[in-house]
Design a binder for this molecule. Structure first.
Ligand code: CMC
Length: 375
C-alpha cells in the first residue's frame, strides 16, 4: 500500500493530543485547549505535555525554577548566537544552536529523566538564543532579564531589552500555549523518527527545527506576515488574492492536511487575541486585513477544502507584538519544542525503529558501460 505524504497513516498510539474534527476541538492530555489558553500558562502546559498531568503548586514552582536556571545557555551557545552573520536566518541560528547544545555533554544516558532534562535545557535556552541573535544583528548587546516572571515575558524582554506590558506578555503566553502541540505534524514526526534510532534529544529537536522551517509547515507564519505587509490595506485584499491565484500560487496561512471541512479550531482563540491587541493599540489595520482574507479566500477555496490556519492570525498577533517578521518562525519553535519533547518521550516508551519502505518504479537489468564508451 502506498500513502503519498503518509496521509492517514497511524505511526504511534498517543495520550498527548487529540484533535476532534467533528466538534472542532483540540485536547492536550484530555484538557480542552481553549480552556488552557484562557486559564493556564506555557510552563504549566509544558509540564502537562511532558509529564501527563497538571502540576501541583510546588511542582510548578520547581519546574519554573529549573527552566529559569537554564535560560542563559552555556557560553559557547551564547557566543554562537551573538556571532552568527547578521544575514543568517534566525531559524537557522536556532537550529545550529540546538545542535551545538550537545557539545561537551555525556549523552550515553538515554533514560527518560536524562532526555527530559535535555528537553528542558533546550526549551529554556531557545528564547535567549533567538533574542541574542536578533539584537546582535541590530548592533545591540544581548539581554538576560533574570527577573522575568514567565517564559513569554522573558522572551519579549530579551528581544526588546525592555520589560513588556503584562498584556503583551500574556498575549505571547497564549501564543506559546496554542502553538505548543498539534499531534503528528511533520516536525513532531521528524523528531520521533530521529529519536527512534536512539539518537539523543538534541539530535531529535535539531531535526524538528529543520522540518519546521519549510513554508508548507512553520515557515508559513513568516510568509503570512509578509503577505499582510504586502497587502497593507484592507481594500487591496481581493485584488492581491486574485493575482496570486491567477499565478497559481498558494495563499500562506490557508489550507491544512487535517482541516478540510472547516477552519482550524485554534482560530477562535487567535482571532480574539488579535482583536484584543488591535483594540489596545487602536490599530485595526492588520486584523482587518486578516479577517477580509479569511472571508475572501474561504469563499473562493472552501470547495477545495481550504480554510484559514493558525499561521494567518499568528502573523497578525506577532505584528502587534512588534516581532521582526523572520522571528515569527523561531517563536513557533520556542513553543512547539514542548510538543516535540513530549512525543520523543512517549515514543521511547515502546521504541521501534522507524523504517518505512518504498515502491520501486525504476528500471532493472541495465548494463554498466565504461565511461569512455558512453559518448
Ligand atoms: N492556497 C491556495 N490553494 C491551496 C492552498 C493555499 N494555501 N493550499 C492548498 N491549496 C490547493 C492545492 O493547490 C490543491 O489544489 P488542486 O487540487 O487544484 O491541485 C488543493 O488545494 C489541495 O492541496 P494539497 O496540497 O493536496 O493539500 P495538502 O493537504 O497536501 O496541503 C498544506 C496542506 C498546508 C501543505 C497546503 O494547504 C499549503 O501549502 N498551505 C499554504 C502553506 C501554509 O499555510 N502552511 C501552514 C500549514 S498549518 C500550520 C503548520 O503546519 O505549521
Amino acid at each position: 500500500m502506498y500513502f503519498p505524504g503518509l496521509e492517514g497513516v497511524v505511526v504511534k498510539e498517543t495520550k498527548i493530543c487529540y484533535i476532534d474534527l467533528e466538534n472542532s476541538k483540540i485536547y492536550y492530555r484530555g484538557y480542552d485547549l481553549e480552556e488552557l489558553a484562557r486559564l493556564s500558562t506555557f510552563e504549566e502546559v509544558t509540564y502537562l505535555l511532558w509529564l501527563g498531568r497538571l502540576p501541583g503548586r510546588r511542582e510548578l514552582e520547581e519546574f519554573k525554577a529549573r527552566l529559569a536556571a537554564h535560560r542563559l545557555p552555556p557560553p559557547h551557545i551564547a557566543t554562537l548566537a551573538k556571532s552568527a552573520p547578521p544575514s543568517a536566518e534566525p531559524i537557522d541560528v536556532l537550529r545550529t544552536a540546538v545542535s551545538a547544545m550537545a557539545w561537551g555533554e555525556d549523552l550515553s544516558d538515554k533514560s527518560p529523566e536524562a532526555e527530559l532534562q535535555r528537553g528542558l535545557k533546550i526549551t529554556a535556552a531557545m528564547p535567549y538564543v533567538v533574542a541574542a541573535f536578533d539584537r546582535a544583528r541590530r548592533g545591540q548587546e544581548p539581554v538576560h532579564p533574570a527577573e522575568a516572571g514567565s517564559h513569554a515575558e522573558y522572551f519579549l524582554w530579551a528581544l526588546r531589552g525592555e520589560r513588556p506590558s503584562p498584556r503583551e506578555a500574556r498575549a505571547m503566553d497564549v501564543m506559546l500555549i496554542i502553538y505548543a502541540e498539534h499531534s503528528m505534524n511533520n516536525s513532531a514526526f521528524t523528531a520521533v523518527t530521529v529519536a527512534s534510532t536512539l539518537a539523543d534529544m538534541y539530535a531529535a529537536v535539531t531535526a524538528a527545527v529543520a522540518s519546521l522551517k519549510g513554508p508548507l509547515h512553520g515557515g508559513a507564519n513568516v510568509d503570512a506576515a509578509k503577505m499582510i505587509e504586502e497587502i497593507g490595506d484592507v481594500k487591496k485584499v481581493e485584488g492581491w488574492v486574485d493575482e496570486q491565484l491567477a499565478k497559481g500560487r498558494r495563499i500562506p496561512g490557508f489550507g491544512h492536511r487535517l482541516y478540510k471541512k472547516g477552519p482550524d479550531p485554534r482560530l477562535r482563540v487567535l482571532r480574539e487575541l488579535a482583536k484584543g491587541l488591535a483594540a489596545e493599540r487602536g490599530d485595526f489595520r492588520w486584523v482587518e486585513i486578516a479577517e477580509r482574507l479569511e472571508d475572501y479566500v474561504t469563499a473562493k477555496l472552501a470547495a477545495k477544502g481550504i480554510y484559514p490556519n493558525t499561521d494567518l492570525y499568528a502573523a497578525v498577533i506577532f505584528r502587534y507584538l512588534g516581532l521582526p517578521v523572520d522571528v515569527n518562525l523561531p517563536t513557533f519553535a520556542i513553543s512547539r519544542v514542548a510538543g516535540w519533547v513530549a512525543h520523543v518521550l512517549e515514543y521511547r516508551q515502546a521504541n521501534r525503529l522507524i523504517r518505512p519502505t518504498e515502491k520501486y518504479v525504476g528500471p532493472l537489468g541495465l548494463r554498466y558501460t565504461p565511461i569512455d564508451a558512453r559518448g
